[in-house]
Design a protein around this ligand. Structure first.
Ligand code: SF4
Ligand code: SF4
Length: 64
């Protein structure tokens, strides 16, 4: 499992990129994307998904 970013709601603030412990989020093309191969859902590192925690937009970092 992995998280994804709903591009239409993303303000491209960049907070999630720095919060991700797995280096799974990067800016590609026109927006931020989650590399599903790298996303661990923060398991073993945090109790909550850090991208969703820091994102200022509700329901923008969600389970894929
Ligand atoms: S759930 Fe965690 S590991 Fe996955 S993209 Fe978000 S911050 Fe990174
Ligand atoms: S934290 Fe949310 S609004 Fe900011 S870049 Fe990431 S997904 Fe977009």
């Amino acid at each position: 499992m992995a998280y994804k970013i709903i591009a239409s709601q993303c303000t491209q603030c960049g907070s999630c990129e720095f919060a991700c412990p797995s280096d799974a989020i990067s800016f590609k093309g026109e927006g931020y994307v989650v590399d599903s191969k790298k996303c661990t859902e923060c398991k073993g590192e945090f109790d909550t998904q850090q991208c969703a925690s820091v994102c200022p937009m509700p329901k923008t970092c969600v389970p894929a």
